[in-house]
Design a protein around this ligand. Sequence first.
Ligand SMILES: [Zn+2]
Ligand SMILES: [Zn+2]
Length: 165
Amino acid sequence: MRVNVSEIIKTEGAGIDINLVDDLPEIREYNTSVEFKPSFKFTGRIVNLGGLLKLSGELHYEFIAKCLRCLKSLDMTEDIEVIESFVEVSKSDDVDAYTFEGNVVDIDKPLIDNIILAMPMKIVCSEDCKGLCRTCGTNLNIKSCKCDEREIVDPRMEILKDYFK
Ligand SMILES: [Zn+2]
Ligand SMILES: [Zn+2]
């Protein structure tokens, strides 16, 4: 997503509204564990604050993730707040901000950084998801299996086993 800031670049305090829907293809290089849908929507504003361009707004995006426990596909929708600053590349030495050149600000990098930061550490279909049986792969949310019963050996049965040898 590129924003032409020529209207505000010379006027302190000036701002422009941003309302963009676009893909952020590079996000797929950073996160391969989920499947991002190609329409990212950013609604916000860029304001010229004494040479710094301040970007603020809300980013809406959707992706498909798999439940960590049962592997069910989940449709995820996120809305995150983004607040970042840009500085002209020649003035960027001591400033902690994203850079831009000329009259165009490319907001992809900060948007991608914010998405990565906002990514949940674990995605589950429900906090109570029982997951898949490690032995037979049965989805334990749908039905149960006998694997656990077989593994637990009653100590009294062990003694009997020796007795019959
Ligand atoms: Zn699950
Ligand atoms: Zn099982």
